[in-house]
Design a protein around this ligand. Sequence first.
Ligand code: G6P
Ligand code: MG
Length: 214
Amino acid sequence: MIRGVIFDLDGVLVTTDELHFQGWKRLAEEECIPFDRAVNQRQRGIGRMESLDVLLEKSTRTYSQAEKLAMAERKNKYYCDLLQTLTPADTLPGAREMLAALRKRGIRTCIGSASKNAPVILQRVALTDSVDNVVDGRDVTRSKPDPECFLLCARRIQLTPAECLVVEDAEAGVEAALAAGMAVLGIGDAARLPRAPRVVRDLKAIDADELLKA
Ligand code: G6P
Ligand code: MG
């Protein structure tokens, strides 16, 4: 029986996946590295440095570790500037309603995100108080598809993995949930998430009772 739901943040609850795309695009243009939505798709769900490595696959030169750190910091600066424009209206369809419906049913909720910016984002879209707990990029050392993030979420909300369902928009996140022994619901385009047993367009397309039928 599902007693807790773990939500990825970027691209599941908030439109920040698009802002990540814009931040990487600006960096890629400055560095003259080819970049498009297909590359960005592979950056979904994984950590900042891992995302940079995906971008640099298309680069014609190699970068030192110090250069890579500086580039990641630069992209984060562009991204954080874009986060300043975020308002509660940037919550994805059905997200706020789903969190409220789950709370009403006594289901525990947790954010399971790779982002170090998660607290700022939750605050800007006014969702901080809508979830019971948050695990973010500052709490984990291994990027999804490693299950570390989701296993820590389960511990924080004091449930076993089998009692948790993960909601994810990234293939790396779906894999992490399966590796953690959790049920998983994919968000977005089903063709992009071949390993997710169930996929819906957004959280508006499913109600809380359906969601909990893992
Ligand atoms: C999320 C996003 C990724 C991003 C990661 C780190 O998982 O889906 O695209 O790379 O967070 O985000 P940060 O805000 O710490 O750079
Ligand atoms: Mg995501």
